[in-house]
Design a protein around this ligand. Structure first.
Ligand SMILES: C[S@@+](CC[C@H](N)C(=O)[O-])C[C@H]1O[C@@H](n2cnc3c(N)ncnc32)[C@H](O)[C@@H]1O
Length: 261
């Protein structure tokens, strides 16, 4: 009999590449399998810079959470599409600033949820639920969400590198309307989304390879399409920008070609 580590649920199909594990591999994590690594390398062959872009996404997430905790006074976080975090997770950053910060992670991937469960074992102010972004009502009603988050107070809703897996615009807009409707005034939305404007040809090739190799539908949106997803929210300075341009820790951190990140 083989005993699988706690992060590999028995129902996991390790023969097909999946979003969370491919992303984990790009980030240097070890919660991935051969199929994930092969898909990750096929995409890296298209865009050798992509690992840097993935790291830039994690750095953006960290800056956003620090801004929310320090400047915006946010103490509750709902992180949907949270992934297989390796380091600088939302609860680590937020609770490092205000220890009682509460965090609900949501992912629809078995491995991501199992890994997060192990990581949060001894943390009473953070939890993970297995749910699908495409069913936002279920996320809001989940006992785990309800137990930890007080929707009468401001919450930061994090949709970082996940909305591009909901290709249909109407569906994405409906999801955002449902989530927005549950938030009280003073709440925040953080979005990071693949954008095709900077490198349109590469974006199309990326979509084609990704969608043939990974069990997910990925769609790059244009800047205008992403802006429309933010309807109903006031966009903070510096607006909708390339990842490294959003409130960099130092101006030196912004590369000359920010659209590649
Ligand atoms: C690219 S990773 C991003 C992880 C993390 N948010 C970050 O930015 O570092 C996308 C994550 O979203 C999850 N995901 C994709 N579609 C989802 C859906 N419909 N519902 C919930 N999670 C989803 C994947 O399983 C994966 O863990």
């Amino acid at each position: 009999m083989t005993v699988e580590p706690g992060w590999i649920p028995p129902e996991t199909d390790i023969t097909k590449a999946n979003i969370a594990r491919v992303y984990d591999y790009w980030l240097g994590g070890d919660h991935n399998f051969q199929a994930d690594r092969e898909a990750a390398h096929t995409i890296l062959a298209l865009d050798p810079n992509f690992r840097t872009a993935v790291r830039a996404n994690r750095a953006f997430l960290g800056r956003a959470v620090r801004f929310l905790a320090n400047q915006a006074g946010i103490r509750q976080f709902l992180d949907i599409g949270s992934g297989i975090p390796t380091e600088n997770n939302v609860h680590e950053v937020a609770q490092g600033i205000v220890p009682a910060s509460r965090v609900v992670y949501v992912d629809n991937d078995d491995v991501a949820v199992a890994h997060s469960r192990l990581m949060l074992n001894a943390n009473p102010d953070a939890t993970v639920i297995q749910a699908d972004l495409r069913e936002p009502g279920k996320i809001l009603a989940d006992p785990g969400t309800q137990l930890l988050l007080d929707f009468s107070k401001p919450i930061a809703l994090l949709l970082v590198a996940v909305l591009h897996f909901v290709p249909d615009d109407d569906r994405a807009a409906d999801i955002l309307a449902t989530l927005r409707g549950a938030l009280s005034p003073g709440s925040y939305l953080v979005i990071c989304h693949n954008c095709r404007d900077g490198q349109p040809d590469l974006s199309t090739s990326f979509e084609n390879v990704y969608n043939s190799r990974v069990t997910a539908q990925l769609r790059f949106r244009t800047r205008d399409e992403i802006a429309r997803l933010c309807d109903g929210f006031t966009i903070l300075d510096p607006g909708l920008v390339w990842l490294p341009q959003w409130r960099p820790d130092s101006p030196d951190d912004v590369p000359a070609d920010p659209e590649k990140y």
